[in-house]
Design a protein around this ligand. Structure first.
Ligand SMILES: Cc1cc2nc3c(=O)[nH]c(=O)nc-3n(C[C@H](O)[C@H](O)[C@H](O)COP(=O)(O)OP(=O)(O)OC[C@H]3O[C@@H](n4cnc5c(N)ncnc54)[C@H](O)[C@@H]3O)c2cc1C
Length: 289
């Protein structure tokens, strides 16, 4: 690992001033679980590390009538175990609970995970399914970016070098929504997914699908929102056949790579299988709600 200068500012203003000063020579350090691996491999070699550890207010998680607001410093373990979040957005809590091991989840932060933008990660596609908004700050002010526009490519987001992600917000799940988080792990329980699928379904009074959202992770350079799958179900009774037909559309929604978790062709097949399973479980939950 190359030598670097270490800064530990006490406020967001100081963080922004340092990022303005050093630009792309600086990297923010949150939980360190993603960044330090990249630094050890010399894939990322910042001249300056700016720690967020001492910055107040980034670790606040709010769940209320307005929805969810997770500060960038909230740890994955808190997202997994917070009772109010489990109640308001069980899909999101479940996705965080599927990340790696407890040891990683105790360190990794919401902001670090989103800024890292490894498409194999669990939470990013779920934030897209929830229609989340990213809150960014720099010396020049603040701006908001929809999750749909935040992820741009492998390990690349809309964050500029001088910006810090301060929080992510999302509406709570609609009343009576059925949900499912499916993670296909062909290697070990603490691995990244070969493919992961998040589904959200709302039914109307006749039991037809009123709203559907489907996210697919590990399947393209960015987390995928499978809009064609969702559109195929809206207005339909979520029968096994309707779900199976809609799930077939996942095959064209993804663009996976061959890697040690499977060939691209196998992952396309698995995207269909796990989309079907996720939609079936979400429909069953919606019927019970
Ligand atoms: C062994 C292992 C297994 C893993 N398995 C999984 C898995 O199964 N599923 C999964 O989803 N993930 C997995 N991960 C990835 C893990 O979720 C990420 O490493 C973690 O979320 C990154 O968060 P962090 O707080 O540690 O970020 P850091 O490592 O500190 O930072 C990551 C990147 O984000 C930037 N950054 C950090 N905070 C901010 C901010 N507030 N604003 C702007 N930029 C910021 C940093 O500069 C850096 O570029 C695994 C990681 C490891 C090491």
């Amino acid at each position: 690992m190359r030598a670097f200068d270490f800064k530990a500012p006490d406020s967001l203003d100081e963080v922004c001033a340092l990022l303005a000063q050093y630009g792309s020579d600086a990297k923010l350090l949150a939980g360190g679980t993603g960044l330090l691996n990249l630094m050890k491999q010399e894939l990322v070699q910042p001249a300056v590390l700016v720690s967020l550890q001492r910055v107040p207010d980034l670790g606040t998680l709010t769940v209320d009538g307005n929805g969810i607001r997770a500060g960038a410093g909230v740890r994955h373990r808190r997202m997994e175990t917070d009772a109010a979040l489990q109640q308001a957005a069980p899909l999101l809590a479940a996705a965080y609970g599927h990340v790696a091991t407890v040891r990683i989840r105790m360190s990794a932060t919401v902001g670090g995970g989103l800024a890292h933008a490894d498409p194999a990660m669990d939470p990013p596609a779920v934030w897209r399914v929830l229609g989340a908004t990213m809150h960014l700050r720099s010396e020049g002010g603040t701006r908001q970016v929809a999750a749909d526009d935040f992820f741009e490519d492998f390990y690349t987001t809309a964050l500029a070098p001088e910006e810090v992600l301060t929080a992510v917000t999302a509406p709570a799940l609609p009343e009576g929504a059925g949900w499912s988080y499916q993670k296909f792990l062909p290697r070990s329980a603490d691995d990244y997914a070969a493919v992961s699928v998040s589904a959200l379904l709302c039914l109307d009074g006749d039991g037809r699908v009123a709203q559907a959202r489907v996210g697919i992770g590990s399947a393209a350079p960015i987390p995928v929102l499978a809009e064609a799958v969702a559109a195929a179900l809206v207005g339909q009774q979520p029968t096994p056949q309707a779900i199976a037909d809609a799930a077939q559309l996942a095959r064209d929604a993804v663009d996976p790579l061959d890697d040690l978790r499977g060939s691209a062709a196998y992952k396309r097949d698995m995207a269909v299988v796990f989309t079907r399973r996720a939609l079936s479980e979400a429909a069953a939950r919606a019927r019970r709600a």
